[in-house]
Design a protein around this ligand. Structure first.
Ligand code: FE2
Ligand code: FE2
Length: 470
């Protein structure tokens, strides 16, 4: 693999050999840092945090653990190693050599894909910026900051592609990525879920379970791209994304574990004892899962067909699939609403590729939910089960957006939906309650009352390690 240099911007892309690009990125760096100071974790910029830093892409190098102040975290540019003579694996250019430069005909759409992916990274940092102040333990606080700095690095990854392959347009887009703000009325982030407010840790854990997993699936499909620098960039990002989902999934496990414990103590009322009741957990699941479903786009999409045909965006694990990777003759069955009735229609598979990716994503989520249900069973609770709602429920984008469905996926009236909304989705009262129980805990080894302690610490350190020095 290529050597990692010890420059201002750590990288394995031989940045020092491209002076023009190096200068452009060094110019972007202070703008990035000032964005980080303004919009990164509020109140903790001068604290030492036990963080993992990527210093190269090989097995050992990408996980270097030490105390670092977040603004000194070395955000760098890392691409997975090149595969010599890699071929495009799908679409109309299948079996051609992968592109090292942007093909002119796809320049605009490729830039759009990269900007849209890039925009999600700083957006999530903005959404999470106040959560440190209500962290249930130093362990959790550290995990939050780890996720935050890595999302910052993912922004760097996309900005590198914009700067190195898209000329002036790319540089302007890179500036734009620092100018939009999550939830801002005038300059919002591009995608819906990344403008949703996040003021509680239940939401943070659901977000890292469901929305970061959307990230995983987008990255899996871009890791197949015929544009080789994008594929290599996304491959490396996937290694970091796995940790974000770990944080979310185990976080919810611990919230469930604590609720199970509280059911058996005191008067058995989880909420009265300051825990998070199962139905509130389910509402948060419904909220963040369905917001994340929207990120995959419309069920029937000519854009998805175009991206696939062009070789820009494949299916997840495209190379491992055994079909012809061209998909010109196959169909895909999809439920759609016609004359206010749910009917099944066949569409061309290429037009249904958003749905193919969404189905894979849902199957992956189901495994996480199964593990959450296992916590219930391990605590001898057999009369409750967490469930993923139907992919039609609570959607704002695509075939189902103009209709109302219950969590089982049945078409219902707007009145029926509104009547049940507070039972199905996180309400302002839920959020107020969560905020009221989520007081910051700063003593090493101590954990807030609403969540069970983690089973193990980070990188062999004990649970009561001082993960953040306050
Ligand atoms: Fe990311
Ligand atoms: Fe992530």
């Amino acid at each position: 693999m290529s050597e990692v240099s010890n420059e201002k911007i750590p990288n394995n892309v031989n940045l020092s050999e491209d002076r023009k690009l190096q200068r452009a990125l060094e110019k972007w760096l202070p703008n990035y840092l000032s964005w980080w100071q303004d919009m990164g974790p509020e109140g903790f910029q001068s604290k030492d945090v036990f963080l993992r830093t990527a210093i190269s892409v090989d097995r050992d190098g990408w996980a270097n653990f030490d105390y670092v102040k977040m603004p000194d975290y070395r955000w760098g540019i890392f691409l997975a190693d090149a595969q010599p003579d890699r071929k495009i694996g799908f679409g109309d250019h299948a079996d051609d050599l992968a592109w090292q430069e942007v093909p002119g005909e796809y320049r605009n759409v490729l830039r759009r894909i990269i900007v849209t992916q890039g925009d999600t990274e700083p957006a999530s940092v903005e959404q999470q910026r106040y959560l440190g102040m209500s962290a249930p333990s130093l362990y959790d606080m550290r995990n939050l900051f780890q996720v935050n700095v890595e999302e910052g690095r993912h922004l760097w990854a996309m900005v590198y592609l914009l700067h190195s392959h898209f000329g002036r347009d790319g540089r302007e887009e890179a500036e734009g990525l620092l100018e939009r703000r999550s939830g801002d009325a005038d300059k919002p982030r591009i995608l819906g879920a990344f403008n949703a407010p996040m003021t509680d840790w239940l939401s943070f854990f659901m977000f890292t379970t469901f929305t970061d997993r959307d990230g995983k699936y987008q990255l899996l499909s871009l890791a197949e791209s015929g544009f080789d620098p994008l594929a290599r960039t996304c491959k490396f990002m996937l290694t970091e994304e796995a940790h974000h989902m770990f944080v979310g999934e185990t976080g919810i496990q611990r919230v469930i574990q604590r609720a199970c414990e509280l059911l058996k103590t005191g008067n058995g009322d989880v909420r009265e004892q300051g825990g998070v009741p199962f139905d509130m957990i389910q509402r948060a699941l419904n909220h963040w899962y369905t917001l994340s479903l929207d990120l995959f786009g419309s069920e029937i999409s000519s854009n998805a067909a175009t991206y696939f045909a062009a070789g820009l965006k494949g299916r997840a694990y495209e190379t491992k699939r055994t079909d012809d990777h061209v998909l010109l003759n196959e169909g895909f069955n999809i439920d759609v609403v016609r004359n206010n009735k749910l009917v099944n229609e066949e569409v061309a598979l290429r037009n249904a590729l958003n749905e193919v990716l969404r189905d894979d994503y849902t199957a992956d989520n189901q495994k996480a939910v199964d593990r959450w249900n296992k916590v219930l069973r391990d605590n001898d609770i057999n009369d409750y089960e967490f469930k993923l709602p139907s992919q039609r429920f609570n959607r704002s984008i695509g075939e189902y957006a103009d209709y109302n469905f219950n969590p089982e996926g049945d078409l219902i009236s707007k009145e029926a939906f509104d009547a049940k909304k507070a039972e199905w989705l996180m309400s302002p009262e839920d959020i107020e309650y969560l905020k009221s129980i989520q007081n910051q805990v700063t003593k090493p080894g101590q954990v807030a009352n609403w969540i069970a302690p983690p089973k193990t610490g980070i990188k062999g350190r004990p649970v009561d390690y001082e993960y953040v020095r306050l």
